[in-house]
Design a protein around this ligand. Structure first.
Ligand SMILES: NC(=O)c1ccc[n+]([C@@H]2O[C@H](COP(=O)([O-])OP(=O)(O)OC[C@H]3O[C@@H](n4cnc5c(N)ncnc54)[C@H](OP(=O)(O)O)[C@@H]3O)[C@@H](O)[C@H]2O)c1
Length: 337
């Protein structure tokens, strides 16, 4: 199942990246294809009001973050509970498995504990927990911003395929962050349900929480995970600032769908700094996972391609709309693109 899920996720990321990468190739022969992809990817100010067919309001972005919050929380809780139950108690590291197994009559949970307590395995689970925690911090902020910071104009819309792609994205990202443990999590979930049915809630919780075991996964993290977390925080802080700038542009304005040239923070360098910050945030995931997880590289690749395409259109739109638009700004990557 694990191999199957990982392969499926990777195939889905590649299928999502390919059309966007082809659309990014600057060739007139590919113009038709590029317009087709852009037709699905455009939203808000860069989407012509004439192309409103099969579109939904852009404020439905909030659905992405509700979905991402529920799904990430579920995966995080399951992974953390699994890590907790497979961490040997400090006082009885060697005897733990056999005694527990003996006392419980060899339940499946404890046979799992016996087979999965290697250092490398625990470190892999710890990284998944940490990445899901970072994801939680990202989606909670985005949920807050969608409700309280952005003032979506009533005319801003996105294509229904863009909406479905968003739902796919926020289902696939949390799963990609922990898919290497999918089989164990699945088996663990099943055995937990079985144990719950047999023992009941009260007897399962009777032993109380051992906090040192609970926080043990965070002690298993390697140095590169903390570097990834620092990169994530850098992107997170700048995205928060850029979103606050975008959200403030319509304050005290008569028309709720008016557009203005934004200034401040990374807007000094590029037209879509919030997209650049998103790329930095996902680069943080790549580094935190040790740069060795192909699935996470692919999810980052999709974010880069998708946001670069949208940023190029946004940049063109600004240059066309405002005569006094700062000519020194790039689309998304300072001094590059
Ligand atoms: N990971 C991914 O693949 C992915 C994909 C999509 C989005 N995202 C993230 O989601 C976040 C939001 O993306 P988005 O595409 O919705 O951003 P956006 O189109 O720039 O819009 C954000 C908000 O700011 C307003 N706005 C934008 N430019 C403005 C201007 N010049 N003057 C006045 N108001 C302006 C928009 O108004 P309107 O309501 O009028 O448009 C909207 O309410 C970004 O940080 C992005 O990174 C990520």
């Amino acid at each position: 199942m694990e191999i199957g899920l990982v392969t499926l996720l990777r195939a889905a990321w590649i299928a999502a990246i390919l059309p966007v990468v082809i659309a990014l190739i600057p060739s007139s022969k590919l113009n038709f294809f590029k317009q087709l992809v852009l037709g699905f990817a455009k939203r808000g100010k860069i989407m012509q009001s004439s192309s409103n067919k099969l579109s939904v309001p852009q404020k439905l972005f909030i659905h992405f973050y509700i979905l991402a919050f529920v799904w990430t929380t579920l995966l995080l809780a399951a992974t953390w509970l699994y890590a907790y139950s497979t961490t040997p108690k400090i006082s009885e590291p060697l005897l733990f498995s056999s005694i527990a197994s003996h006392l419980t009559g060899g339940s499946r949970i404890f046979s799992l504990q016996r087979s999965h307590t290697s250092k490398e395995h625990r470190s892999r689970i710890a990284v998944s927990i940490f990445l899901l925690l970072l994801m939680e911090a990202q989606v909670l902020r985005r949920l807050f911003e969608s409700i309280y910071v952005f003032k979506y104009s009533p005319s801003a819309r996105m294509h229904i395929l863009g909406y479905l792609t968003g739902l796919f994205f926020y289902t696939a990202v949390p799963l990609s962050l922990c898919c290497n443990n999918a089989t164990e999590l699945y088996k663990f979930g099943l055995s937990l349900i079985q144990e719950f049915i047999v023992k009941g809630k009260d007897r399962m919780l009777a032993s109380g929480v051992d906090w040192s075991r609970f926080f043990n996964p965070l002690m298993q993290l390697r140095w590169y995970t903390w570097i990834g977390a620092a990169i994530f925080c850098w992107g997170w802080i700048h995205q928060r600032r850029c979103h606050a700038i975008l959200g403030s542009l319509r304050e005290n304005r008569e028309h709720s769908d008016e557009y203005v040239v934004p200034h401040g923070d990374w807007f000094q360098y590029v037209s879509s700094p919030h997209y650049l910050a998103e790329i930095v945030i996902y680069a943080g995931f790549v580094v935190a996972s040790g740069c060795s997880d192909l699935t996470i590289w692919l999810l980052w690749g999709f974010a880069v391609a998708n946001l670069a395409l949208a940023a190029a259109e946004t940049h063109r739109w600004y240059l066309h709309k405002f005569d006094n638009y700062p000519r020194t700004r790039f689309a998304i990557f300072p001094s590059v693109y």
